[in-house]
Design a binder for this molecule. Structure first.
Ligand SMILES: Cc1ncc(COP(=O)(O)O)c(C=O)c1O
Length: 375
């Protein structure tokens, strides 16, 4: 019997996506962003595949995510992108992760943790906020003082100077303004302190703004074969790595006037057959897809009808239904047809990131390489 729902992740696709990104970014290095459990794909398998595909750095958002990667056996250079509380700092340092700093107090706290072994000095990346308005300081003088404090601290090493774009997907002109604010500061830091990596680009900038690639690109969404520009990832040679599959747990006739689901939001106008697919909003099939989504059955698109419930959805199979037990693809490809995360995102007024991060922990992830069991 098939599993009620499974997210099948093709590590071969992650490898190839990273090869595409690494080639595009060269001579800049590729840092694969595997935060949020690898955007829902599984952080450890995604990180392994990304490194096999040509990434040389990994990045996460939290200290706990850094620990999980080390526990999974990953030894690549690792950057924690997020803010760190005093408690989390110790966890990040124990994971031998580089960290991001923009305040002198934080550097003092880091230095207090600093290791004495010069080969184990903690790498610190100083962040200038050039327009994202989130983490980092907006004051280049403060950022320069932070860099100097890092360089002067015996247990620390000034490893990077960075910023983050707010609009590289939909307003590259503003991203270029951010880059123009970043570069003079970053180049001064490098001139003063020597070997410091300059980095700014996320996926959209790595693909769309060549001059933003600098020394390192930090790619997340594109690693997983999703389009940072919200259209078709194939335009950039990217392949979606994740498929969400389930099966027809029930197939039953539905007479005119009969309904499906809570609130009777689908009432049959003519005789048809309904299929029940045991996957619901607790698995990441958002309730707002009610009466507004297609799934793939037998290589064709059929409409999801009725309210998405916590554990089930219903689909209209039409007059000639396939038998019970057949495969259903909610995201992914079946025959010539495919449903992209970008399609769900458009229907839901959100972005593909939220679709894949929203696939719940109740859905097991199954790893393969182009259909063969992944090692
Ligand atoms: C600081 C930083 N860099 C890079 C990324 C990766 O962005 P993307 O997934 O758009 O490539 C993120 C993700 O949000 C981020 O916060």
């Amino acid at each position: 019997m098939p599993l009620r729902a499974v997210a099948r992740v093709n590590v071969g696709a992650v490898e190839r996506n990273c090869a595409v990104l690494a080639r595009a970014a060269a001579p800049a290095a590729l840092c694969a962003v595997v935060k949020a459990d690898g955007y829902g794909h599984g952080a450890v398998p995604a990180a392994r595949a990304a490194l096999a595909g040509g990434a040389t750095w990994l990045a996460v958002a939290t200290a706990a995510e850094a620990s999980a990667l080390r526990a999974g056996g990953l030894e690549a250079p690792l950057l924690v992108l997020g803010a760190l509380s005093p408690e989390e700092l110790g966890v990040a340092l124990a994971a031998r992760a580089d960290v991001v700093a923009w305040r002198e107090e934080f550097v003092a706290a880091l230095a207090a943790h600093g290791q004495r072994d010069p080969s184990a000095r903690t790498g610190v990346h100083v962040k200038l906020d050039t327009g994202m308005g989130r983490l980092g300081t907006r004051d280049p003088a403060e950022a320069a003082r932070v860099a100097a404090a890092v360089a002067a601290a015996p247990g620390l090493r000034l490893a990077g100077a960075m910023t983050h774009f707010a609009t590289s997907d939909d307003d590259p002109a503003f991203a270029r303004e951010q880059l123009a604010r970043f570069l003079p500061w970053a180049e001064r830091i490098r001139a003063e302190h020597g070997d410091v990596l300059l980095h700014a680009a996320n996926s959209a900038a790595a693909l769309g703004i060549p001059e933003a690639r600098l020394d390192l690109v930090r790619c997340g969404i594109a690693v997983y074969g999703l389009d940072p520009f919200h259209e078709d990832p194939g335009r950039h040679g990217l392949e979606p790595a994740l498929e969400l599959r389930s099966y027809l747990a029930e197939v039953k006739p539905c007479a005119p006037g009969e309904s499906a689901g809570y609130g009777r939001r689908f009432v049959a106008r003519e005789s048809t057959w309904l299929g029940t697919v045991p996957v619901g909003y607790a698995d990441g099939v958002r309730r707002a897809l009610t009466n507004d989504c297609d799934v793939l059955v037998g290589g064709r698109r059929v409409p999801l009808v009725g309210t998405v419930s916590m554990d089930n959805v219903t689909v209209d199979l039409g007059p000639d239904p396939p038998p019970r037990g057949g495969d259903v693809v909610l995201l992914g490809r079946q025959g010539e047809q495919r449903v992209l995360a970008e399609e769900w995102a458009r229907r839901l007024g959100t972005i593909n990131y939220e679709i894949v991060c929203g696939i719940g922990p109740r859905v097991p992830r199954a790893y393969h390489r182009d259909g063969e069991p992944a090692a």
